[in-house]
Design a protein around this ligand. Structure first.
Ligand code: BAL
Ligand code: ZN
Length: 870
């Protein structure tokens, strides 16, 4: 299959002044009539339109129908050789949304017509310039049955609804803002709604509407509150106001991704809208708030200023993730938010950067644009933006953002344009910095320290390198901002005065590492200081730093940078884990360094540390992070190490864990604010550790928590513990949960996940059985993600040499790919660690991957992701 290349980009040959779209929706087929006013900008250029699948009924130029000798139609394109310099183009197509299982373009979910056009699915609706740099004004009409589809929505302003008198009605919409077609949206159905308003700071009263299936409206209030908070925050943080009179969010049950930022009409996966105490966990409440914010923030970063081409995807996604992370930090706690974001980055993006699908934040080529929606584009992209902010400081960054909108509002631009808008007003040169966009891979920064007592001099030597990634055997040095401090024996930050170290506009000490090797000399150091480096995780790099254990424990206790306190604890834990894994592979006794356990216990007893921070400190490095570090992924050894480590913590900290549990259990059970949520997280983590000992008294606590829970967070936390047991308690809780939620797929999906992620040896058999369960529907993306993707992320059971998960998984990918390529391709990540498996396991995995790739009709999405492993 063909690749597309960034270097082949050519600006469009036509300008589209406006487009009028008429949708006629029926049960068995739909008609779409598009009428565009077009001007040729490249003399002599033929008209080339993208189109994949819609049945062409007619094409007219200036009202005259073309016969088939006047155009060429392939499976991907419609070409008309001769067109005037200026003309009206009218195209009529026919679609069958009811049979659309890919859920791209126009499709039906539970009787509701809806669309998903990003990235390139507008072309499945009609023949058009399906590229983001063709921005135009849209007028839309939707005609449908009045009873079945009382709600008819599209982008922009609601002009009117006409009763057509024959049981049908027709809605008229007009979007005053130009947009690319990937932001087009339509919804038609019978939906419930809640309404509110928001008045922008310049006085525009915006009608806010959140739509969901009838009966689910009561679960939409949190999404509505989140929207209002986001609108206010964007005004305060970035001076950005909403620009239409209506803002709509629609919850849809069958949705490939999380949500979509269509102009004025966001379409969301139901799981990211619906929430109340009984049906959503604290994590769900948090995710809803941050995704509602993310989609809202796109209104400026993505919609008003959009992409020139899809290789620039991070221009909007990296920036908007950065903005939603900042928002979440302000809504919750900046310190723990940063820790969570970095954990997410390391687990997913660092793995991607180290694997066979590594790609730059601004890729140069691809097979499927759908495969660009990666954690490199999103999360590493956000880190690149954050580094810019670290270099120029928060004030400087805001100045740059203002300049970005001043220069580019209404345009389709590139990541270079963004970097220029931030650097130029701040007098910075980002030429070298732009390598973060063009080079893939996670750089390593090697740290070496020396102290000369006679000269009172402390020397820091930093060396950077970056391993080869596919297509990039060698790398040029990156421009790496490292936030640093030197601490005295009390943990106080010393004033720093060294060449190459400056303070940014926020007063933080920054080293801008640009060369492969640089040396920094700090004078006037009466004693050897303790280094705190990469504070706040100021760059997405891996540190190679053989710090003394005493220094690490000192930093865990005293570093004023809470990120680094926790980071050093993770470093210690990660070394303990590696040691346990090595011992498990050699069948040696698994003992855990007591100093670490004692430090954790002391932290639990520390009344000054916040519960949110304690929870982060209690969290051990994830198995996915360990798998990146270890040379071999030996699932049995990982499992043994995990159990030994957690049990040792449970034993050493038993009393502190129990006290923590009792302190926060049963308190404010119906309050979902982030502070109370953090109390719950901490006490449920405490219970999770305690349960590792399988002490009957603790298991009784877990069981009681399940049956008496007053919110879903507590119920799920208890169920996750019971799901690891082989006892009637497990079956009773699972059966009860099923009975309670069998008609509510958003909640029932958690029931699938808790079983798919269980570490018990029978998990694969149970997952296989669940795929045959009446509640499991393989065409519903959320079902597939909750059961199959969750199982694929179960590192221990997916890679268990005693079972044959690979074969089962390959069968699933093949079956799903035929119906829905996007969903299938999201399962492929389970095979990311193939190269780390032991030879026999690796052979098994590779032969299954080969079997998948041998399917001739396999989508380019899955093919691109799997082929690279071979
Ligand atoms: N643009 C797709 C969903 C999102 O990133 O907002
Ligand atoms: Zn986004």
């Amino acid at each position: 299959q063909e690749k597309i290349f960034l270097k082949d980009y050519k600006s469009p040959d036509f300008t589209v002044d406006n487009v009028n779209l008429d949708f006629i929706l029926n049960e068995d087929f739909c008609r779409v009539i598009s009428q565009s006013q077009v001007r040729k900008t490249t003399p002599g250029a033929p008209l080339l339109l993208n189109g994949e699948g819609p049945k062409l009924i007619s094409i007219k130029v200036d009202g005259k129908a073309l016969d088939s000798s006047q155009y060429e139609l392939t499976s991907e394109e419609l070409m008309v050789k001769d067109v005037p310099d200026q003309f009206t183009l009218e195209i009529e197509t026919e679609l069958q949304p009811q049979n659309n299982t890919a859920l791209e373009g126009l499709y039906k979910s539970n009787g509701i017509f809806c669309t998903q056009c990003e990235a390139q699915s507008f072309r499945t609706i009609t023949y058009f310039w399906d590229r983001p740099d063709v921005m135009t004004s849209y007028s839309v009409t939707i005609e449908a049955d009045k009873t079945k589809y009382p709600v008819l929505l599209s982008n922009g302003d609601r002009l009117k609804v006409e009763d057509l008198g024959n049981g049908r009605h027709k809605a008229y919409w007009k979007d005053p803002h130009k947009k690319p077609c990937y932001l087009f949206a339509l919804v038609a159905g019978d939906l419930g709604v809640i309404r509110d308003t928001f008045t922008t700071r310049s006085g525009r009263k915006v009608n806010l509407e959140v739509y969901a299936a009838h009966g689910k409206q009561d679960r939409c209030h949190h999404a509505m509150e989140s929207l209002k908070k986001s609108m206010k925050w964007d005004e305060e943080a970035f001076g950005l106001e909403y620009d239409l009179n209506d803002y709509m969010i629609v919850a849809i049950d069958d949705f490939n991704a999380g949500a979509m930022e269509n102009k004025g009409l966001n379409i969301f996966n139901s799981r990211l809208v619906l929430a109340d105490t009984a049906s959503a966990t604290d994590t769900d409440f948090f995710s809803i708030e941050s995704v509602v914010a993310h989609e809202y923030f796109h209104n400026w970063t993505g919609n008003r200023v959009t992409l020139r081409d899809w290789f620039q995807l991070s221009l909007k996604e990296g920036l908007t993730v950065f903005r939603d992370q900042e928002f979440s930090g302000d809504m919750t706690d900046r310190g723990t938010q940063r820790i969570d974001d970095v954990d997410g980055l390391r687990a997913a993006q660092f793995a991607e950067d180290a694997g066979t699908n590594a790609h730059p934040v601004r890729p140069d080529s691809c097979m499927s644009v759908d495969n660009f929606f990666t954690s490199t584009i999103y999360e590493k992209g956000a880190e690149v933006i954050r580094m810019m902010q670290t270099i120029v400081g928060r004030k400087g960054f805001r100045k740059g953002m203002d300049e970005y909108f001043r220069r580019h509002d209404g345009q389709a631009v590139t990541t270079e344009d963004f970097a220029a808008a931030i650097s130029e007003p701040n007098g910075k040169d980002f030429t070298q910095f732009r390598r973060w966009y063009s080079q893939a891979g996670t750089p390593t920064v090697k740290v070496q320290e020396a102290y000369d007592a006679s000269k009172k001099e402390y020397t820091l030597t930093l060396e950077q390198s970056c391993a080869p990634t596919p297509g990039q055997p060698t790398k040029e040095p990156f421009h790496i901002p490292l936030m640093v401090a030197l601490l005295d024996k009390q943990g106080k930050e010393l004033p720093l005065n060294a060449k190459g170290v400056h303070t940014n506009s926020d007063g933080k000490y920054i080293i801008e590492l640009r060369e492969a090797r640089e040396v920094y000399t700090f004078t006037g150091m009466n004693e050897k200081p303790v280094l705190s480096i990469l504070r706040e995780f100021s760059a997405p790099v891996t540190l190679q730093w053989a710090a003394a254990a005493d220094d690490l424990y000192f930093l865990v206790e005293k570093d004023p940078d809470s990120f680094n306190r926790r980071e050093m604890a993770q470093k210690l834990a990660s070394d303990i884990y590696s040691d346990l894994i090595a011992k498990a592979r050699k069948k040696e006794a698994l003992t855990v360094e007591p100093r670490f356990l004692k430090a954790l216990n002391a932290l639990l007893l520390d009344t000054k540390a916040s519960p949110a921070f304690k929870a982060k400190m209690l969290q051990l490095p994830s198995l996915h992070v360990l798998a990146q570090k270890e040379a071999v992924l030996d699932a049995n050894a990982f499992y043994a190490a995990r159990n030994a480590f957690r049990t040792a913590i449970a034993k050493e900290c038993r009393q502190a864990l129990l006290d923590t549990y009792r302190q926060y259990h049963g308190v404010e059970t119906k309050n979902h604010d982030s502070k109370v949520g953090a109390h719950r997280r901490l006490k449920n983590m405490a219970l999770g550790y305690l349960a590792e000992t399988k002490d009957p008294e603790i298991l009784k606590l877990a069981s009681e928590q399940y049956w008496k829970a007053e919110n879903l967070t507590d119920r799920m936390a208890a169920m996750a513990i019971l799901a690891e047991l082989d006892s009637p308690e497990r079956t009773k809780a699972l059966d009860h949960f099923y009975q309670e939620w069998k008609n509510d797929s958003v909640v029932l999906n958690k029931w699938f996940t808790v079983q798919a992620t269980s570490l018990r040896p029978h998990t694969l058999d149970e997952v296989k059985a669940l795929t045959k369960h009446p509640a499991f529907n393989i065409t519903n993306p959320n079902n597939v993600y909750s059961l199959l993707r969750a199982f694929g992320s179960n590192l221990i059971r997916f890679n268990d040499p005693q079972t044959d998960a690979f074969k089962f998984y390959a069968d699933c990918i093949i079956e799903i790919d035929a119906k829905n390529p996007q969903v299938a391709s999201r399962l492929c990540a389970a095979f990311n660690f193939v190269q780390k498996l032991e030879p026999a396991m690796k052979d098994r995995a590779l032969s299954e991957i080969k079997r998948i790739v041998a399917v001739e009709t396999l989508s380019k999405n899955s093919r691109e992701l799997l082929q690279s492993a071979l």
